[in-house]
Design a protein around this ligand. Structure first.
Ligand SMILES: [Zn+2]
Length: 493
């Protein structure tokens, strides 16, 4: 072999080696990128203490001093470190979005973006509060309050609209977002909407079950889709749809033990005990504080208004409840355009939200089964929303239409009192009467026109009976009720 040929061979060999090593390097780099992709994440309520740690990870806060969450791009390693620190973090990546869902459906983070954008646009009438965190992922449960001077707790009647006890019942979220946007847009322009916002505290919880909602979106689950939350029933540290999750609309504490199913794998599993889930406790806390006079929980589907309740110890004011349910239902046209929603009684022996709301707080609360399927086709959604808004308007108007309200106070000191307002005509020992709130000592009871006898009771005070209180067709009777401290109770300290 001559030296020229040898040199040529060596040149080709070296070229091949160079090319091969280049290819290997490219592959290795690609592999490295695959192993550590950057994730679009949302970090919730970073407190002062967390900010140092977050800025070490290159997450800046200058423009987010009061933001309830901040979005960032992070490696998987950094995400794990953040999760270990106890902060609630969720991945926003839509790479795993459930492809069975129509694109009109909004993910949980899109719902958050919507409500906070609304607050920025209408800061005077929109106030957002985190009322709790989800059971498994620790994600915030948001409540949006629309009212004049929204950030202040005023002495006004309250109403609650909420959705998504059941993960797959997505249309209720759309209804909540639509009613928020509609009312905010029309405030100051539409006479009725302005009056409602000025005189009512309108609360909206668009996603009470964020864990289930995220599961619907981020996991390739197909019909019949997910219903419950993500409670780890068997405590094995991972989520298994065959054994895990609690049906949040069987977890409320009124006749809880008689409803739902005791088997964890059941789609109607009622939980280990009443209010075992942080989602239902969040609603309970808000309800006890705000003392809602009325409420609606949106579910799907069935084109019906369900009221508390039809069996055994019937609600003492069933006539009023059925009357309002009927008026609500007949305002909501069906998807087909033929006829309106129907009304149906709920079972009182179930730990459903409406049953508890009525039994514990005497809130006139309904379940509205929206539409004809869990996830309506995009082209029918606008019609559904328009019809549901008609129902919302009716309830807001009815709340202000007729009833009795007032303040209960200590005659000697003038201090507001926590008291029970018993309407004697509607007295029953198996449901609690309406109560005053501790801050203003105020109460609000929706009633049909008529004459009523009110009994006002507060511990340590002589009860007072107000006879022949006349509620007219239009107008809410306003009472100021002073109570005398019982003499036996005086100076007991
Ligand atoms: Zn449901």
């Amino acid at each position: 072999m001559n030296s020229l040929l040898a040199a040529k061979l060596r040149y080709y060999l070296l070229s091949i080696i160079a090319l091969l090593s280049h290819l290997l390097a490219v592959q290795a780099a690609a592999g490295a990128r695959k192993g550590a992709p950057l994730l679009d994440v949302r970090i919730y309520t970073p407190g002062e203490a967390d900010r140092g740690q977050l800025s070490e990870l290159g997450i800046q806060f200058e423009n987010h001093a009061t933001a309830p969450f901040v979005d960032a791009l992070l490696s998987g390693e950094k995400l794990t470190a953040l999760r270990k620190s106890g902060l609630a973090v969720t991945v926003l990546s839509n790479a795993h979005v459930n492809r069975a869902l129509p694109p009109t459906c909004k993910s949980f983070s899109e719902v958050e973006d919507d409500i906070f954008a609304l607050q920025r646009r209408f800061p005077d009438i929109v106030h957002i509060e985190q009322i709790g965190s989800s059971t498994t992922l620790g994600v915030p449960i948001w409540a949006v309050k629309v009212s004049d001077h929204a950030a202040v707790d005023e002495n006004e009647p309250t109403i609650l609209f909420q959705a998504l006890h059941h993960a797959r019942e997505l249309i209720g979220v759309h209804v909540c977002l639509a009613l928020l946007e509609d009312i905010c847009e029309k405030y100051g322009r539409d006479r009725d909407v302005t009056r409602w916002v000025d005189s009512i505290e309108i609360w909206v919880v668009p996603v009470m079950n964020p864990d289930g909602y995220k599961y619907m979106f981020e996991t390739e689950v197909r019909f019949p889709w997910w219903r419950k939350n993500l409670r780890d029933n068997d405590g094995d540290g991972r989520f298994d749809p065959l054994v895990d999750g609690v049906d949040l609309n069987r977890n409320y504490g009124y006749n809880w033990q008689e409803g739902g199913d005791g088997k964890p794998g059941s789609w109607f599993y009622r939980g280990a005990h009443a209010f075992s889930e942080s989602e239902t406790r969040a609603i309970q806390r808000l309800a006890l504080r705000e003392n809602f006079a009325m409420g609606v929980s949106y579910h799907s589907y069935g084109e019906s208004v369900l009221y508390p309740w039809g069996n055994f110890d019937r609600p003492p004011d069933i006539e009023l409840i059925v009357d309002i349910a009927h008026n609500l239902a007949r305002r909501i046209q069906r998807v087909s355009g033929r006829g309106t929603y129907i009304i149906l009684p709920l079972d009182g022996r179930v730990g459903q939200s409406s049953i508890w709301f009525y039994g514990a707080l005497r809130t006139i609360d309904f379940i509205v089964e929206v539409g004809t399927e869990h996830i309506p086709k995009p082209h029918v959604i606008p019609t559904i929303l328009t019809q549901q808004l008609r129902g919302v308007y009716y309830l807001l108007e009815r709340l202000l239409q007729s009833g009795v309200k007032g303040v209960v106070y200590d005659r000697e000191t003038g201090a507001p009192l926590v008291a029970e307002i018993v309407i004697r005509e509607f007295r029953a020992d198996y449901v609690r009467p309406r109560r005053t709130d501790s801050r203003y000592g105020s109460f609000y009871v929706v009633l049909n026109p008529g004459r009523y006898t009110l009994e006002v009771r507060s511990e340590g005070y002589a009860p007072r009976v107000l006879r022949k209180v006349r509620v007219k067709e239009n107008g809410v009777v306003d009472l100021t009720i002073g109570l005398e401290r019982l003499s036996g109770e005086r100076n007991t300290w």
